[in-house]
Design a protein around this ligand. Structure first.
Ligand code: M6R
Length: 361
């Protein structure tokens, strides 16, 4: 049950630090070293291209996974929507490997792809929260999210758990590859995920601050934009999905640099533009893009990671390893969606027109 919580979504947001710590335990061996099943490790490291296939929030987690896999395992990785992939399949590499991300393990759009791949005798891994689910039974391999049941329609802890599991997979596989060995070994993921858990806790403790931001920026608005670059762009897409699916605010996540190629026309006096800044390569560019929308009347809200913050920013994100910043920047976005929904008077856990698992194509 949801205990003393008013909604499952809030409970599930709060559980994320514990999920991070549990994942470290679940994927550690007796020597406290992260491990992945030998067969999975072999399948990943022997392929020449990885295809991540998923829907919705899981698809958004896939983008973070792509960055981790390319950096630590040195294998080109593509991210695809299940509903597109099956009927519009790209030309596949010679030795493809498929990673399905699915909290429920029951998503019909993903299953139709898996059925086709099985007919083609191609290997796959499903990363899922549901042991014994359809996708888990039909995929070649399974890795579990160990996040505990996720009841709220809006996915929260499954997203962060998927990213953490993909990070574990990337690190462990990377350690066996000549090209990435040193880099993967120096990535002390057990330590870094521990820091992430602590940083998540401190953000969750500052809920009141996020509640005020929701009131300032989202309570009355018709639309809202999230912007960022790199990882922050991927999290912006997830942040916008969270907001639209439960608060019904028309929201979109954009690559900050792409605004001036069309979208900036939508900015009016008072349009909320929430930006995320955690990325070394692009933080200065994003600042420039914030200025551009501000001068056109946008009501800007900046969430910046320690090291990139400025005195006028609305929220400071505690610093974590640069490859894991999505695990932190998504937390205020989840809370903003939660509070905006409450303030607008809607049911947080059961939004209209949606079901927890989507079992039709
Ligand atoms: O169970 P799955 O991860 O396969 O579900 C995929 C999407 O339907 C799901 O993430 C959906 O987008 C969520 N309601 C988003 O919060």
């Amino acid at each position: 049950g949801k205990g003393t919580y008013p909604y499952y979504m809030l409970k599930e947001i709060d559980e994320q630090p514990a999920v991070m710590r549990n994942l470290i335990q679940q994927y550690s061996d007796a020597q406290s070293r992260l491990t992945v099943e030998e067969d999975i490790l072999k399948a990943v490291t022997e392929c020449d291209r990885i295809y991540i296939v998923a829907c919705g929030t899981s698809w958004h987690a896939g983008w973070i996974g792509k960055k981790l896999l390319e950096k630590y395992v040195n294998i080109p990785t593509e991210v695809h929507l299940s509903s597109e992939f099956g009927y519009n399949m790209p030309l596949l590499a010679k030795k493809p490997f498929f990673i399905f991300l699915s909290q429920s393990g029951e998503t019909a759009d993903s299953r139709q792809v898996l059925v086709k791949l099985n007919e083609m005798k191609l290997p796959s891994l499903v990363i899922t929260n549901a042991k014994g689910s359809t996708l888990s039974r039909e995929a070649t391999y399974t890795m579990l999210l160990h996040a505990g049941p996720e009841i709220a329609v809006a996915s929260t802890k499954a997203y962060t758990a998927q990213i953490a599991v993909l990070a574990i997979l990337a690190k462990v596989c990377g350690e066996t590859q000549a090209a990435t060995k040193v880099q993967a070994q120096t990535f002390d993921l057990v330590h870094e995920l521990g820091l992430v858990a602590t940083a998540m806790e401190s953000l969750i403790d500052e809920k009141d601050q996020v509640e005020k931001l929701a009131e300032d920026y989202l309570k009355e608005t018709r639309n809202a934009f999230y912007i960022g670059r790199g990882q922050d762009y991927y999290v912006s897409m997830e942040a916008a999905l969270k907001l639209k699916e439960i608060s019904y605010i028309q929201a979109e996540g954009f690559a900050a640099g792409e605004l001036k190629h069309g979208t900036i026309a939508l900015i009016e006096e008072g349009t909320p533009v929430i930006s995320m800044i955690t990325d070394t390569a692009t933080h200065a560019h994003t600042r420039g893009n914030i200025k551009e929308v501000e001068s056109r009347g946008a009501h800007t809200c900046v969430m910046a990671m320690e090291g990139f913050e400025r005195p006028q920013d609305q929220l400071i994100l505690p610093k974590v390893h640069e490859d894991l910043t999505p695990l932190i920047s998504v937390i205020p976005a989840q809370l903003l969606a939660y509070f905006a929904t409450l303030q607008r008077g809607y049911d947080v856990d059961k939004p209209r027109n949606l079901a927890k698992s989507v079992t039709v194509e």
